[in-house]
Design a protein around this ligand. Structure first.
Ligand SMILES: [Zn+2]
Length: 95
């Protein structure tokens, strides 16, 4: 019985988890918009948000489908890198 209940519980948990993250995050966004982005928009976030763009270790741009992803240092202070599509210049995620 635990296994049939599990799928629903996980998606409910994810929804609640997202709410718990998003509500305080939206308050913080007005204060720390850049830091918030770096911390939330990780590779894990990208994979969850754009599952079609990620298969195994291969990661493609959600916008144009290119796998030419460049890594650029975004903030020397916090040491965050931005992973940016080399084709269309869309920022995909941070690390
Ligand atoms: Zn692209």
């Amino acid at each position: 019985m635990a296994s049939s209940f599990r799928g629903g519980a996980d998606s409910l948990g994810m929804t609640l988890g997202a709410l718990l993250i998003l509500v305080p995050a939206s308050v913080m966004m007005t204060r720390l918009p850049r830091l918030w982005k770096f911390q939330v928009q990780t590779r894990h976030w990208y994979q969850n948000t754009y599952p079609a763009a990620v298969s195994g270790d291969r990661l493609a741009c959600f916008s144009c489908g290119s796998d030419d992803i460049e890594t650029r240092t975004i903030s020397r202070q916090t040491g965050h890198n931005g992973h940016i599509c080399g084709q269309c210049d869309t920022t995909l995620y941070y690390s």
